[in-house]
Design a protein around this ligand. Structure first.
Ligand SMILES: *[C@@H]1O[C@H](CO)[C@@H](O)[C@H](O)[C@H]1NC(C)=O
Ligand SMILES: *[C@@H]1O[C@H](CO)[C@@H](O)[C@H](O)[C@H]1NC(C)=O
Ligand SMILES: *[C@@H]1O[C@H](CO)[C@@H](O)[C@H](O)[C@H]1NC(C)=O
Ligand SMILES: *[C@@H]1O[C@H](CO)[C@@H](O)[C@H](O)[C@H]1NC(C)=O
Ligand SMILES: *[C@@H]1O[C@H](CO)[C@@H](O)[C@H](O)[C@H]1NC(C)=O
Length: 315
């Protein structure tokens, strides 16, 4: 090669002189990197220029790390780090003149025979209804870029049989809203997507059961007062959020009244109706409402309600 040609090739693809006879090749097609780290492309069938060589550049970020010439429409790049995202640039060359460049930015796919066996899978309760999950592979991916794989987490509610699927690109996650008093089976497996096909590894399971915890405070859904009574309907925390059996409903009015209403808990978890009777007319009553389940007492709801005035017509 002449010094002029060397100089030309070492310049960026866009900066060169074009004289009338130069043929500038168009962009290559089907630029792809496969799981064997083989970069392949094709020349457009109607490409008018005679292409002698291709300039292949591999950059990470804005820095070109590798630059070489090939005569074929493929280049084998097994030396690239699979954890890193690379930009591959292929530029056709015709009689020493650079054509148009084609770019592709991608990781090198993991080989189809990557070992997907999950090694440790641990579940740790971190708060009410929250479990921290962590796992790893028996054979870590070189460079330990675990995010190159996807993981499928299956949660089975062993009481209802409900199954929930979650896909995660990490080796840990927090699982929320697990109901207490319900046994769950959690299983994880790694998935490697190779050329659009999912290769699944064996699954690893753990069982968890959240410790019982109290209900959220009940909420007042209806109230009606008469001169001698206060009729209320209270809604309890959803059965789906807290499946620990509800035991008692309390309306504590100190020396005026103190009601303990036993609850027979079932799937629907019906609202609780409580009628305070034999009260004094036109009087403010203060009381506390709370609910007890297998996990203990809920927070207290402080209440104040006034009975109606006794009208002469009612007696
Ligand atoms: C890369 O792909 C090309 C075209 O399919 C093929 O001819 C070549 O043998 C492959 N190289 C390697 C190292 O697999
Ligand atoms: C590739 O092509 C160039 C120019 O046509 C030639 O000089 C060179 O020897 C070829 N290289 C190989 C490895 O075939
Ligand atoms: C997986 O995690 C466990 C527990 O944290 C650790 O002891 C083990 O060394 C890890 N294995 C790999 C291959 O990283
Ligand atoms: C009301 O009854 C509950 C349950 O029996 C009891 O714990 C509470 O101390 C009582 N309240 C009063 C003011 O006596
Ligand atoms: C409470 O009072 C309402 C309205 O008078 C009545 O419909 C309901 O049956 C009563 N409930 C109980 C549990 O006594």
């Amino acid at each position: 090669m002449s010094t002029g040609l060397l100089l030309l090739l070492s310049l960026s693809a866009f900066i060169f002189n074009v004289n009338g006879e130069d043929c500038i090749a168009g962009v290559v097609r089907d630029l792809n990197i496969d799981s064997t780290a083989n970069l392949t492309w094709a020349v457009h069938p109607t490409e008018p220029c005679q292409i002698d060589q291709f300039l292949v550049e591999v950059a990470s970020g804005t820095t070109v790390q590798f630059r070489f010439y090939v005569n074929d429409t493929h280049a084998h790049l097994p030396f690239l780090d699979v954890c890193q995202k690379w930009m591959y640039v292929v530029t056709p060359i015709t009689e020493g003149v650079l054509g148009y460049r084609r770019e592709l930015t991608d990781y090198i796919p993991l080989p189809p025979d990557t070992d997907l066996t999950v090694n440790h899978f641990m579940a740790q309760k971190v708060a009410d209804g929250v479990v921290h999950l962590q796992w790893n592979l028996t054979n870590p991916i070189p460079g330990n870029c675990f995010y190159r794989l996807e993981y499928r987490l299956v949660m089975i509610d062993l009481q209802s049989g409900d199954v929930t699927d979650t896909y995660i690109r990490a080796q840990q996650t927090n699982l929320h809203l697990l109901s207490p008093c319900v046994p769950y089976e959690l299983s994880i497996r790694a998935i490697n997507t190779v050329d659009g096909v999912n290769v699944e590894g064996p699954s690893k399971s753990v069982n968890v059961e959240m410790d019982p915890y109290p209900e959220d405070p009940p909420t007042l859904s209806a109230i009606e007062t008469t001169p001698t009574g206060i009729n209320m309907v209270w809604t309890l925390e959803s059965y789906l959020k807290n499946r620990c059996p509800v035991i008692n409903f309390f309306v504590d009015g100190g020396s005026n009244f103190n009601i303990t209403q036993p609850i027979r808990d079932h799937f629907g978890r019906a609202p609780v109706a409580v009628n305070l009777t034999h009260l004094q007319p036109d009087r403010m009553y203060y009381f506390k409402v709370l609910v007890e389940n297998l996990g203990g007492m809920s927070p207290v709801v402080p209440m104040a309600a006034q009975t109606l005035e006794l009208k002469p017509s009612i007696q």
